[in-house]
Structure formats: C-alpha cells, structure tokens
Design a protein around this ligand. Structure first.
Ligand code: SF4
Length: 122
C-alpha cells in the first residue's frame, strides 16, 4: 500500500519512508500539505469520542481545503480504497458514499448500454 502523505510523527519514527513504499509514492505526495501530520488530525486515535472525532475531522478537512493536490489525493484514496483517515477532504465514511454512488452510476450506464445494444439488434 502507498504510504500516506500524512503520517503521524510516531508512525514516521517507527516506519520511515524509504524503499519500495517511497518508490511507489505518487508525484502529488511531494506537494501534500499534510506531509507530517504533527497535530494527528488525519487518523483517529483509539477510543476517540464522537465530538472529538468530528472536530478533528473538520480540522483535517480545513487543511485539505488549502492543499494543492486535493483532487489527486482524493482519487488515490477512492481507488485504493483507503479504509481509514481523512484523505482529499473526505472521511472514510464519506468516501464509502462516493464509491457507492460511482458503483450505482456504473451499473446504470452498463444497463443503458445493454438496452441500446438490444434495441439496435432487434
Ligand atoms: S488533500 Fe488533505 S490528506 Fe490529501 S495530501 Fe492534501 S492535506 Fe493531505
């Protein structure tokens, strides 16, 4: 898996970015505003109360809002898919909603394509 651009100092200390993970980084990683998540905004600590989570996620989204690579980051997180954390201004739950919408849209497009093939053949 690709190293997240935003990693806590603890994670960075335990698993510094090097080797294959580093080589797999997308070019957008270098421009990530959250390269070092010193405030721990992007990933939930264990047993985080709901109010604290919502506040932390909003703060992370504000950081994403001024990030020049938000679109690339969001697509990466959707394509992986990244199961945890705020990526590209979306929480994990929000990404699940986007992915469900995309799946529904793809199914509808396939159905429409099939229907037009049948109509053309008949
Ligand atoms: S969009 Fe947000 S999570 Fe993604 S690289 Fe930028 S600051 Fe980090």
């Amino acid at each position: 898996m690709l190293q997240p651009p935003h990693q806590s100092l603890q994670v960075a200390a335990v698993a510094p970015q090097r080797g294959p993970a580093r080589e797999q980084e997308g070019p957008w990683h270098a421009e990530a505003v959250c390269r070092r998540d010193e405030a721990g905004l992007f990933f939930a600590p264990s047993k985080e109360p709901t109010a604290a989570r919502l506040s932390r996620e909003e703060a992370a989204k504000r950081v994403c809002g001024r990030c020049p690579v938000m679109v690339e980051c969001r697509e990466h997180a959707l394509l992986q898919p990244e199961p945890y954390g705020v990526w590209g201004g979306l929480t994990a739950a929000e990404r699940r909603v986007v992915l469900a919408r995309r799946r529904r849209r793809d199914m509808e497009m396939k159905k429409a394509a099939r229907a037009s093939q049948i109509a053309a053949a008949g």
